[in-house]
Design a binder for this molecule. Structure first.
Ligand code: NAD
Length: 267
């Protein structure tokens, strides 16, 4: 595998894309600390990968929990090569004009705490160990890191902020640690929204028209499984494949951003 002997921390590792990343990193030869706030999900990942995954139950918005996750990588596996910031909340396209101002204020705090502060604290906690190994950071950005109209203003701003983190931290952590992101398109996952926006129990998985949406807006016309995105993380994390790459965001949006007008039928 491309990550033979490497050790990674993955946040939001219990579900959706994070879960797929744990499976793929293990398949590529890595050992993984699976960090998630759901104890049941952490147990399930550990049970599937007995020798290669250690779980940490914690909250990415809490500084000390990020330090515990990094310390677990060192104590269980002796090193840290990759920090994958991935835990996130969506806002289900909540419109500014339809959202009461108090809900907007609290929803912003809740979502930015996970999507932006969580990444910042994770990189902060991991930076020293990554410096020792000459490792790298890969963050989960989004289709909404470059496009309006996918989320609402809160989510879109948070994912644009991830691009800012990648660029600034790539500069600050060079020359020893590379910092990049992957910007996935739609996936059918359990992603939740802020409680303050009334979205704590909403999930994309429960939206029946997601496949139809993909057929209409994506030139590639299919809704990818989370696993479809994991190869980009492996490539960016791999010293052999990405030694010259830092400060970049790899877009994997099914062609969304170039869809333009439908092409006329061939004559
Ligand atoms: P998911 O909800 O299926 O998985 C996220 C995991 O993160 C869950 O297991 C959850 O328990 C955990 N988590 C949430 N808040 C946490 C916290 N504060 N501390 C620790 N763990 C926490 O969602 P997903 O769709 O796999 O999302 C993963 C990433 O992918 C997010 O950054 C999301 O913005 C991004 N993304 C998702 C889509 C999509 O269509 N689903 C598209 C583009 C980008």
């Amino acid at each position: 595998g491309w990550l033979e002997g490497d050790v990674a921390v993955v946040t939001g590792a219990g579900s959706g894309l994070g879960r797929a990343l744990v499976d793929r990193f293990v398949a590529e030869g890595a050992r993984v600390v699976a960090f998630d706030r759901s104890a049941e999900r952490v147990s399930a990942v550990e049970a599937q990968h007995r020798d290669t995954v250690v779980g940490v139950v914690g909250d990415v918005t809490v500084p000390a929990d990020n330090e515990v996750a990094v310390a677990q990588a060192i104590s269980s596996f002796g090193r840290l090569d990759v920090f994958v910031g991935n835990a996130g909340l969506f806002d289900y396209g909540a419109r500014l004009v339809d959202t009461p101002i108090e809900a907007l204020a609290h929803g912003f705090d809740e979502l930015f705490a996970v999507n932006v502060k969580g990444y910042l604290l994770g990189v902060k906690a991991a930076a020293e160990a990554l410096g020792e190994s000459g490792g790298s950071v890969v963050l989960t950005a989004s289709l909404a890191s470059r496009n309006a109209g996918v989320g609402g203003a809160v989510y879109t701003a948070s994912k644009h902020a991830v691009v800012g983190l990648v660029e600034q931290l790539a500069l600050e952590l060079a020359p020893t640690v590379r910092v990049n992101a992957v910007a996935p398109g739609f996936m059918r996952t359990d992603i939740r929204g802020p409680g303050a926006l009334g979205q704590a129990d909403r999930t994309l998985a429960s939206m029946p028209d997601l496949d139809e949406l993909a057929r209409v807006v994506l030139p590639l016309a299919v809704l990818p499984e989370p696993a479809a995105y994991t190869g980009h993380y492996v490539q960016l994390a791999s010293r052999a494949n990405a030694a010259a790459t830092t400060g970049t965001v790899v877009d994997c949006d099914g062609g969304f951003s170039v869809r333009g007008m439908p092409l006329p039928p061939a004559p």
